[in-house]
Design a protein around this ligand. Structure first.
Ligand code: CP
Length: 319
């Protein structure tokens, strides 16, 4: 089956997931982002690559980092940005997702940036646009359910490449609620495509996905074992709704077994970096001494997110 995010020439038409995207496209996005990092350092940060284009941010789920950095990125590309206020939109009166999209299309939308609690919602919009011949309108998935968060995956790869230079000799450990994490899924697909030889997931059995074994990923229940010799540690947010339920006993118990403390971090390589997509739960999955420590690159991830989102949007817009 053809990949719905690529056109017949194999070029990126929508960004829906990192699964199935070839290495040269991922590398091209990261290289393009590098050029935008230097733009961010200039006094005049704007470039005219999307002048006259309208980007609609449709966030049906809460967000701080993703929504804001998409808005900054679009503005730096000189696009007009419209943030639909979902709570006060006609969605709250029962309008369907595709009717909302059709109405925004009638307002000359050029790009939809979509976050939705339902896995597949951005795919649904992309397919609807494709079927209606609206080839000039692009969809970017800003996180759908447990499925994918491709721009987070890309900014994580950008951050790893920045600090470690080469993917081909790395051990990357992803820790916590892997089962429910769209970030973990996008990271794992990108790490595999970019040639990382050792990917580990660490967590209680209830929060790991058994199918990952078939992808060649090593699974650890013992965090001390899993962190040994790691170059990169990606901590995941523990979703509060899982705590005190069947999957996790309590926040304190989780921290005791899987919280990243300075003592545990010392088991990784001395120059290991610590990443977290945010929002962080301090004292649940990560100790403040680590989150604010020298090895944490968590705020750099946020900053690189702007350049990576500029790269994705400008490439989709045909630059
Ligand atoms: N990393 C991430 O998706 O954060 P937000 O939920 O704040 O966008």
């Amino acid at each position: 089956m053809p990949n719905p995010q690529l056109n017949s020439n194999g070029e990126l038409r929508h960004l829906l997931a990192l699964n199935g995207l070839p290495k040269d496209i991922l590398t091209y996005i990261l290289d393009t982002a590098s050029s935008f990092v230097s733009v961010s350092d200039r006094e005049v940060k704007k470039v005219p690559l999307m002048r006259g284009k309208s980007v609609f941010n449709l966030f049906f789920e809460n967000s701080t980092r993703t929504r804001t950095t998409f808005e900054i990125a679009a503005k730096r590309l000189s696009a007009d940005v419209i943030n639909l206020n979902i709570a006060s939109s006609s969605t709250s009166k029962g309008e369907s997702l595709l009717d909302t999209v059709d109405n925004l299309t009638a307002m000359s939308a050029d790009m939809f940036v979509v976050r939705h609690a339902q896995s597949g919602a951005p795919f649904l919009i992309a397919r609807h646009l494709n079927e209606n011949g609206l080839d000039h309108i692009h969809v970017v998935n800003a996180g759908d359910g447990r499925h994918a968060h491709p721009t987070q995956g890309l900014l994580d790869m950008y951050t790893i490449r920045h600090y470690k230079k080469d993917f081909s000799n790395l051990t990357v450990a992803i820790v916590g609620d892997v089962l429910h994490s769209r970030v973990a899924r996008s990271d794992i697909h990108a790490l595999k495509t970019l040639g990382v030889p050792e990917i580990r997931v660490i967590g209680p059995t209830t929060l790991l996905a058994p199918a990952m074994k078939d992808m060649g990923i090593r699974m650890f229940n013992d965090m001390n074992e899993g962190l040994k010799g790691a170059d990169v540690i990606i901590m995941l947010r523990v979703q509060n709704e899982r705590i005190n339920g069947a999957l996790l006993p309590s926040a304190q118990e989780f921290f005791k077994s899987y919280g990243l403390t300075p003592e545990r971090l010392a088991l990784a390589k001395p120059d290991a970096i610590v990443m977290h997509p945010g929002p962080m739960n301090r004292g649940v999955e990560i100790d403040s001494a680590v989150a604010d420590g020298d090895q944490a690159v968590i705020l750099s991830q946020v900053t690189y997110g702007i350049a990576v989102r500029m790269a994705v949007m400008s490439i989709l817009a045909g630059n």
